[in-house]
Write a protein that binds this ligand. Structure first.
Ligand code: ZN
Length: 112
């Protein structure tokens, strides 16, 4: 093979190979960039999601502590309800009564 022919062959090969190599490089760069972008998006989304969950939990805890948990019946352990005494010496005053009344007569004194 004469030197000129080899030279032109290499030249032609370079001209064909160069765009492919450059395109591959650009493609890899774009791919890496898009992966980085995706990673950032996911990280942010997960962080937002976690923040939202903790906020929701905080609000739920606040509302439940504000409402105050009712005491439990000393007899049947049911969550008690506020009732008003209809007769007796404590008539008109409020107390904690058992929700299972009249089957259960458990009461607790109601303090504000
Ligand atoms: Zn009870």
């Amino acid at each position: 093979m004469p030197h000129d022919q080899l030279d032109s062959f290499i030249h032609a090969l370079m001209w064909k190979a160069a765009p492919v190599i450059i395109l591959c490089g650009i493609g890899a760069m774009l791919l890496r960039e898009s992966f980085n972008w995706l990673e950032r998006r996911l990280t942010r989304a997960i962080r937002n999601h976690r923040a939202r969950i903790t906020t929701a939990k905080g609000i739920a805890n606040q509302s439940s502590s504000q409402a105050g948990d009712p005491p439990h019946c000393p007899t049947c352990n049911g969550a008690m309800v506020i009732r008003k005494a209809r007769r007796g010496q404590n008539q008109g005053s409020r107390f904690w009564g058992c929700p299972n009344f009249p089957r259960c007569n458990g009461t607790r004194s109601f303090t504000v």
